[in-house]
Design a protein around this ligand. Sequence first.
Ligand SMILES: [Zn+2]
Length: 292
Amino acid sequence: MKLRFLILLFLLFPFITSVLAQKKPLQIIMIGAHPDDCDIKSGGTAALFVAMGHKVKFLSVTNGDAGHMKEGGGMLAQRRLEETKEVSRRLGVSYEVLDNHDGELLPTLAIRLEIIKRIREWNADVVIAPRSNDYHPDHRYTGILVQDAAFMVGVPNIAPDTPPLIKNPVFLYFQDNFKKPNPFQPDITVDISSVIDKKVYSLDAHQSQFYEWLPWIGRYENEVPKGQAERLEWLKKLRGSGINPAVKSNLEKWYGPTKAGQVAYAESFEICEYGSRPSDEDIKRLFPMLEK
Ligand SMILES: [Zn+2]
């Protein structure tokens, strides 16, 4: 009897482990240079992960203390920290801001070790960060810092006060429009049409940015509407659909041509060569919204 039970358990073992694996929430960490970068690049994908019971953390490598035309320093950093707390409430993500100056980020060893620790502590399955092709030095160096962490998260002698990850996560890049030396290549594209209003609502929490600083530096201050509903509508138009021809073609890969043709808003990601290299099956497991 006991033997029969053991044989049954043995036969069912792969099934049991796969069910348990599916039950365990995915751990996603998105790393941006400023306390609104992750929200802009993948707030919709984050909302979809959260709705499916997975865990998402946004990490800002700088405190955003240079992102304003009238305010600055500690007061601005504090205001922006409060805005990230509001994003946590609106989007259901964890949000952490590292206390490095905005506009002065360098890819130092000290910050690399901080990032390695955060990726390990989050026990990340997926890490998403900017490419190092970007107009903003903080974005470029955040890209470099995360690439520099990609192999090291598994090396026990590096940052030895946190245990190394047993499995290297999949590292991805956020979508961008920079062409040189090479354009962004969409490998994974998520239809965020169903959560676009949630994403825009999370951007709206960054009042200091979307209604003050970005319109000032972009010279469109007089276009910012006054009312809340008008602002949300305006922000939705301003941030665009994210769908260019390359993204459209990748949407077709994941959703089929009919459904891809109906997608109004999307967020796309490129696979970084330095982490785990996922198969299409791995991607479907790590991005379960692609199956919906
Ligand atoms: Zn930024």
